[in-house]
Design a protein around this ligand. Structure first.
Ligand SMILES: [Fe+2]
Length: 169
């Protein structure tokens, strides 16, 4: 029976620098995009001073762009919502930074408090709304960057899918 562990066979990887992955400047995997969102969420100096609230229309601000992805900051006053939509060819990571948002999909309703995250693939259909009496702030990473946000109707999915200007959610 071979009692050598992988570590004994390979030695200490930290002593073999050429085997280590070089740190990436930009995220390239779902886990790395989630990590990017978490790091932005944890550093309020990156976004807190930028946030505005607009009672007439949802406020959004492109916080950051990188190769193949975009990071958006959104605010939601009580009652504001996205409507039912998908994200065209984009995948995304939604992270609540402050307050509480409700996500509705065909599978049900989910409440996301600060730090709550959702990861979605192209074709994912949801509606996001601030059902509370306090404003909310969220961070949205899209890869590739959001180019369309087709709207859906609740009773006839995939209808009303005329591409509209990308308004993030
Ligand atoms: Fe969305």
């Amino acid at each position: 029976m071979n009692s050598d562990s992988d570590l004994q066979i390979a030695g200490d990887i930290l002593e073999v620098p050429h085997l280590l992955q070089p740190p990436r400047e930009h995220p390239a995997t779902v886990a790395e995009f989630v990590g990017l969102a978490r790091s932005v969420a944890a550093d309020r100096t990156q976004w807190e001073h930028l946030v505005e609230y607009d009672a007439t229309t949802r406020w959004y601000h492109r916080l950051h762009t990188g190769p193949g992805y975009e990071v958006w900051l959104l605010s939601w006053v009580p009652g504001q919502g996205s409507g039912l939509h998908d994200h065209g060819p984009s995948s995304g990571v939604l992270t609540v930074l402050e307050g509480t948002l409700t996500e509705r999909t065909e599978r049900g309703t989910r409440t996301l408090g600060a730090g709550g995250q959702r990861v979605f693939a192209p074709g994912y259909v949801h509606e996001v709304v601030n059902d509370t009496l306090e404003p909310a702030i969220s961070l949205h990473v899209y890869f590739p960057g959001l180019t369309e946000m087709p709207m859906h109707t609740a009773c006839a999915r995939r209808t009303g899918s005329e591409p509209v200007d990308a308004v993030t959610a």
